[in-house]
Design a protein around this ligand. Structure first.
Ligand SMILES: C[S@@+](CC[C@H](N)C(=O)[O-])C[C@H]1O[C@@H](n2cnc3c(N)ncnc32)[C@H](O)[C@@H]1O
Length: 210
């Protein structure tokens, strides 16, 4: 399936990466998908379109994000949430839509077609992820905070998913500006004796049970 951008920003903008990502998910056909780090909701919408194609209405998507910039998360690597380098998109969101595409409301609107399947949570994964029931989640896309401690926390909270036979796909394994991602993944995999495949030319780390 082709990865669409919906006139917004996404991590998976590099040519071929979005389609690679969707092909990975297609292999597993998950029914209960968790994305940590939703940003503008572009990947969320693509995932929902894909899961709808596979399962009809019989799927769930849970998305967790800070959905705002504040002092509490100033150390996290958050992509530029505005369109400062694209005056047309900037004008569209500021004066026509009058909406911040990074807000919870904007992402809800982008996903409204799947209203009954989608559950969005606003907050910090370091505080909220441990409260999410992981027993039914069968696929996690981990793309939230990129600090070592945050990635380690997020992975630890997802151990149950892997132990139950599910998959955790981590973005930015090779991101040089965020070496904590790789460090946390390598330590977590070693400690738990999980299987980790580095795919998509080093970009994604796919963690599963051995
Ligand atoms: C790289 S973006 C996610 C991109 C998105 N997955 C996509 O495919 O377009 C990272 C997101 O994680 C969020 N984030 C950073 N630290 C977080 C934390 N501790 N808890 C929850 N979300 C966090 C940021 O607000 C940002 O929206």
């Amino acid at each position: 399936m082709e990865y669409k951008k919906y006139y917004r920003k996404t991590s998976l903008k590099q040519k071929g990466v979005g389609s690679f990502f969707l092909a990975e998910i297609s292999k597993k056909k998950p029914k209960n998908f968790l994305e940590i780090g939703v940003f503008h909701g572009v990947t969320a919408r693509n995932v929902c379109e894909l899961l709808f194609k596979i399962h009809g209405n019989d799927f769930n998507y849970i998305g967790l994000d800070l959905f705002e910039e504040s002092d509490e998360n100033k150390n996290e690597v958050i992509p530029n949430t505005t369109f400062s380098s694209n005056p047309i998109k900037n004008f569209y969101y500021k004066y026509i839509k009058r909406q911040n595409p990074y807000s919870l409301e904007a992402v809800k609107e982008l996903l409204q077609k799947f209203n009954n399947n989608v559950h969005l949570i606003k907050g910090n994964s370091n505080k909220l992820l441990s409260k999410i029931d992981m027993s039914k989640i069968d696929y996690v896309f981990l793309d939230g905070g990129h600090e070592y401690n945050t990635v380690l926390n997020d992975l630890s909270c997802c151990s149950e998913v892997i132990n139950n036979g599910g998959t955790v796909l981590c973005d930015d394994y090779d991101l040089q500006q965020a070496p904590g991602v790789r460090r946390a993944i390598d330590e977590f995999v070693k400690k738990n004796n999980f299987n980790c495949s580095i795919i998509c030319s080093g970009r994604f780390a796919k963690i599963e049970k051995n």
